[in-house]
Structures are given as structure tokens and as C-alpha cells.
Design a protein around this ligand. Sequence first.
Ligand code: GLY
Length: 401
Amino acid sequence: MKKIYYLLLFSCLFVFMVSCNNSKKEIFTVDSAKENLEFAIKQYEGMYSSIEDIATYPRNIQKNGETHFVNPEDWTSGFFPGSLWYLFEYSGEEELKEMAENSNAGLETLKTNTGTHDLGFMMYCSYGNGLRLTENSDYKDILVEGAYSLATRFDSIVGCIKSWDWQGPNNNWQYPVIVDNMMNLEFLFWAAKVSGDELFYKIATTHANTTMKNHFRDDYSSYHVVDYDTLTGEARWKGTHQGYADESAWARGQAWGLYGYTMCYRETKDPSYLEQAKNIANYILDHPNLPDDFVLYWDFFAPDIPNTERDASAAAVTASALLELQNYVEEPLKTKFFNSAEKILSSLSSPAYRAEENENNYFILKHSVGHKPGNSEIDTPLNYADYYYIEALKRYIDLSE
Ligand code: GLY
């Protein structure tokens, strides 16, 4: 009898120890974040060495297995130098600073580019981080000029910056605005402070207000595209371009909105932006189609769920946004948002999503989706998945220290 008792006791102890060990593995810590950033440095140094023309920027891996390098005019050009700046900030390694400076240099011509709404992504991630970390006054001048170029795309009747100059697949859009454009407002808020020109602040807040009114459904999911009537400023069509369907919820679009309104609250302290960000976060986190590991399917209503692609980029943007948003909210949301961000980081840092050293053409994360309906960039690394993953890791460490 005694023997059985000891055997039972031993078995229970064994099960307890194994489960402790397993749950330990799942806990994400500051040390895990640091290990991932050390890994990111190695990958990005390798990536830098693989670049033949410094004025081209690694964006994704093509179907033939080769890295796709893009020109400065591509909307993603700022993410590679931006990631190098973040890695320099984390490590203090002068070599990374030099790489970031060299990579930035090719983007200077963007300052006069009035043909894209993405100047915030392109210039603020690259020159913005560069200025923050070096106080190089040339960077400041380049940025202010770029912000004026972006401001030319604002129309006061519509109350938004125009996203695209093409008229859409049926050639009938007048003034398309995509939810992604919320991300470019951070550049304008910065320009308002530095230049003293209130126009930038007015444009940024008007754009955010118009988008809040027209892009969101009652459940706080968002349309990808809203097309406006240029004469009346009314929304004339709502739908999608990169999502599954007009009435679906494209994952990265939800993430851009979450990040955008969190940032707008930081810059304005307008409580309506905080409310919007909280509601978007809850939409994402409470959604029945959010997978167990919190790495979003590319669209919340993709028809093949669970047998469809994840979008690591949407997850990385969401994690970074939640780590900021949790600073602005009370319990229980604070813990909910922090724990969810931690869970995303833990998942993205696992072998399921994070590459091995020198693999993945030196990108950090695998498994993102760029434009599924366009049959482009499906289940590939993307430079902006890496950028927001690095940003989120840094935010995670900063919160703990
Ligand atoms: N801004 C384009 C995208 O998120 O794919």
C-alpha cells in the first residue's frame, strides 16, 4: 500500500514538474525579447551584406526564392533602414548606424514626391528614426520638406489625404482612401511640432476624424477602401482591395487602424481616439476567428479558415500597437492588451514564424501575406513584418526596464 502511495506521489510530482517546464517555455521574458533582437541584428547585418545596390530595399522573397529589392518609390522602402535604426538604438553598434545612414541616403528624393500617401511609412520610419537617434539637421530639413509634399494630397472637401491616384479595378473611383493611411499621420504630427505649422496638425486630425466616421462599421471592424465624391465629400463606395470581401475584415487593415488611433491619442490626447483604439483592439482580440496563437489569419473572414494563411505582419503591427495602448487604459483592459501583445510576440518568436540564422534570405519573420486577392506576396517574409516586430520587441523591453 505504501509503495502505491509513493508511486502515485512520484507520478504527480513528475507531471507537475513537466507541466511547469512546459509553461515556462511559453513565458515570454525580457531575455527572450533581447535574444530575438540579437538574432535580428545578425540577420539584418547579413541582409545588408547581400545588397548590391544600396539604393534598393529588400521587401520580400519572390516565388523563385530570390529577394525582391525595390526602389525608393516603393511604399515599403523605409522599413529596412528603419529596422537598422531600431537595431542601432538597441545595440549602440556604430556599424549599424553607418548601415542605416547609407540606406537612408537613397531615399532623399522622396522629399519632393507628391505621388504617394505613404511618405509617412517611407520617410518617417527611415529619416524620422534617424533624426531621433542622431539629431542630424539635414534629416530634419528633408523630413519637413517631405511632410509638405504629403500635405499636398489633402483635400478639405473630403477631409482626407488621397491614398491612390489610380481609379480602381473598374476605373470608377474618384478619391480612394485606405485605412492604412492612418499610419502616415504620425509624420504630420511630428511636422506640426517641428515646423510650428498648424496645417499639419489640422490635416492629421481631420483625416483621422473623417476616417473614424466613414471607415468603421458598428462593430469597429473597418473597410479597407472608402471612395469619396470629390464635389460633395460624401463617401460614395466602401469595400476592399486587399481583403477577402467588401464586407470582410482584412487583418492588416484592422491592425493599421488600431496602431493609427493609438498613435493619434498619444499625439492629441483626444479621448475619442482612445475609445476608437480600445474598440478596435477588442474587435481583434475577442474575434471568434482569432487563432489560438494570436497570429491573425490574413482576413478574419477568409473562407478557408483554419486552412488559410496567417499574416505575421498584421500580428506584429497589432503587438506593437497593444504595447503602446496598454499604457493608456485601466484594468482589466491593461492586462488584457499587454498579455495579448506578449502572446503574439511569443508566437512570432517561435520556430513556427521566426527564421533560423542565415535562412529566410535574412528576413526575420516568415509567413506574411501582402495581397492575397491579387495573388501577390502570399506566405512570404515582408520587411514591414520585421520592422513592427523589432519595434514591438523594443517596446516590450522598454516597458520592463
Ligand atoms: N499599405 C499597404 C499594405 O498594408 O499592404
